[in-house]
Design a protein around this ligand. Structure first.
Ligand SMILES: *Cc1c(COP(=O)(O)O)cnc(C)c1O
Length: 393
């Protein structure tokens, strides 16, 4: 039995105790921390996943408000009981179209999708090949399944191939990857993964939490951009990030969806999402299909921020996406920089081990449409200056 009191004390001493920090969200990507002194300035938020700022988009808010008025606050039951409101099917049709799959299924959240889908597909006599940096919800899904778990080096298809040769076995085999990784902002070599999936007769699941709405000509994600959708058996993603709402989905063949409706326990045994939330997601999916300028605006902001950092003589690899990792090395250094940035009105997270490998602690900047161009340029200048001052000491 854990001694809770001393555990908490130990965490506090080591500086690793997590704490909630209530805040207010203001316009323009600012947040006000409510535990800071009353006269402290709002901070620019570089840790939100509301990449396209759809959480505040008038069409999304309107659709959600109308659904709330019309259908009330809660769904009242699980989908398989009496909670299967029509709006769920409208959203699922739209997701199937976006991902060019026969069908789709909504889950309560991304966490619930991953912990529901994976154990439905594989079990004790099967094997899962997972990228080392996959999200915790994928790991938890893998553990729940009871299948043998084999981790391959991050974004390394050669290592995956070696492991497949050695450990594929005779049961079911599932490969799970993300398309854009949440801590590194880097991109999965999906075309190569697809070849291996076919060569070794595996199922392939792709988590597009950070790509849907942002990549692909229609916002269909990296699987659309790389034209590999047909080879992806389960295209999973969440509504809580670029789509500005809450919940998650998987798009797949009709047969697979029929199966998951019967097998995915986190779907079966949980109340359907509130109709106002589903309506918000529906409006958001429509927007990403009909308004490609949302993506272009975000991309321009990302490029502006990267260009400004480069002009400030930052030479680190800033990656291919809206998630920008600025690797600084030691975890104390990352924490020091994050705290100095916060004093200058910038809220960016220091990501440290065990979330990332030792010696690769970093500042993580996530760019959203909330942030103005002027604020992005200003921030880049402050970041370069802070880094240079620290190095000079
Ligand atoms: C955020 C995230 C999830 C979890 O999604 P929620 O809807 O927030 O539960 C799953 N996978 C990845 C890669 C994520 O980044």
């Amino acid at each position: 039995m854990v001694d809770i009191k001393s555990w908490l004390q130990d965490q506090k001493k080591a500086g690793t105790l997590r704490k909630l920090r209530p805040l207010k969200r203001l316009r323009g990507g600012f947040v006000k921390l409510l535990d800071s002194p009353a006269d402290s300035k709002p901070l620019l938020d570089f840790s939100s996943n509301d990449y396209l700022a759809l959480s505040e988009h008038p069409a999304v808010v309107k659709a959600s408000t109308e659904a709330l008025q019309k259908y009330g606050a809660g769904a009242g039951a699980a989908r398989l009981m009496s909670g299967d409101l029509e709006v769920n099917h409208l959203l699922e049709n739209e997701i199937a179209k976006l991902k060019r799959k026969e069908a789709a299924l909504i889950f309560g959240s991304g966490y619930m999708a991953n912990t529901g889908i994976i154990p439905a597909l594989v079990g004790r006599n099967d094997v899962i090949f997972t990228d080392r940096l996959n999200h915790a919800s994928i790991y938890d899904g893998c553990r729940l399944s009871g299948a043998k778990l084999i981790r391959f080096h991050h974004n390394d298809p050669n290592h995956l191939e070696e492991l497949l040769k050695e450990k594929r076995g005779a049961g079911q085999a599932l490969i799970v990857v993300e398309s854009i990784y949440s801590m590194d902002g880097d991109r999965c070599p999906l075309a190569k993964i697809v070849l291996l999936k076919e060569q070794f007769d595996c199922m392939l699941m792709v988590d597009e939490a950070h790509a849907t709405g942002i990549f692909g000509p229609n916002g269909g994600g990296i699987i659309e951009e790389d034209r590999v959708g047909d080879s992806v058996d389960m295209a999973m993603g969440t509504f809580g990030k670029a789509l500005g709402s809450y919940g998650a989905y998987v798009a797949a063949s009709q047969e697979m969806i029929d199966y998951l409706i019967n097998k995915a326990r986190s779907f079966i045994y949980s109340t359907a999402l509130p109709p106002a939330v589903v309506a918000a997601s529906f409006a958001a999916v429509k927007l990403i299909q009909n308004k490609p300028q949302l993506r272009t605006e975000l991309r321009n902001k990302v490029n502006l921020f990267k260009k400004s950092l480069k002009e400030g003589r930052i030479t680190a690899d800033l990656g291919p996406s809206q998630i920008i990792p600025l690797v600084v090395g030691e975890s104390t250094k990352a924490v020091e920089i994050a705290s100095q940035l916060q004093q200058q009105g910038i809220f960016a997270t220091a990501v440290r081990p065990p979330t990332v490998p030792k010696g690769s602690s970093r500042l993580r900047f996530s760019i959203t449409r909330h942030l103005s161009d002027a604020d992005l340029e200003k921030t880049a200048a402050v970041v370069s200056e802070t880094l240079q001052n620290l190095t000079a000491q």
